[in-house]
Design a protein around this ligand. Structure first.
Ligand code: C2G
Length: 130
């Protein structure tokens, strides 16, 4: 079974590893779409702290990840699911319901987010350090 998931994975943290490990447990191969810097600027109005190349390097070095690619557009999810022969799409429950329409292509699973940690909060904490 091939599992696919997507994310920015900026300022990599334990919430990211939890979802990737849980996703990997669902099948034999975990494929991760890492969103491009350009997509992030369009989506969030700012560049990620870690550049695309570094985020790809971090994700591809994880034991639970088998393959990575750059997610260039949010509109291409169906294409990515088909190209990588994904049987299951995994996302955190901040995306709950948003990808249900892909259930004609593959199973769609939402995992609960890890509480009390996010890239945004880490950035805020670091900013406060004098
Ligand atoms: N996540 C989590 N727990 C956290 C923080 C993040 O489970 N405390 C999960 C998110 O739900 C997501 C994944 O980790 O499934 C990656 O999170 P982000 O980098 O914030 O991803 P995002 O910017 O939402 O990009 O096409 C979809 C986008 O690329 C998703």
């Amino acid at each position: 079974m091939n599992i696919i998931t997507f994310g920015t994975f900026d300022v990599f943290h334990v919430g990211h590893i939890h979802i990737l490990e849980r996703a990997a447990e669902l099948g034999d191969k975990l494929i991760v779409g890492v969103s491009s810097d350009k997509l992030n600027i369009a989506k969030k109005g700012r560049a990620p702290v870690y550049c695309e190349e570094d985020r790809l390097k971090i994700i591809s070095s994880l034991k639970c990840v088998d393959e990575v690619f750059v997610e260039n557009s949010l509109e291409l999810k169906a294409q990515y699911i088909k190209d990588f022969n994904a049987d299951v799409l995994v996302m955190g429950n901040d995306w709950s319901g948003k990808f249900d329409h892909f259930s004609d292509l593959c199973q769609v699973v939402y995992f609960p987010r890890t509480p009390s940690i996010s890239t945004t909060e880490i950035i805020e904490v670091v900013k406060r350090i004098k």
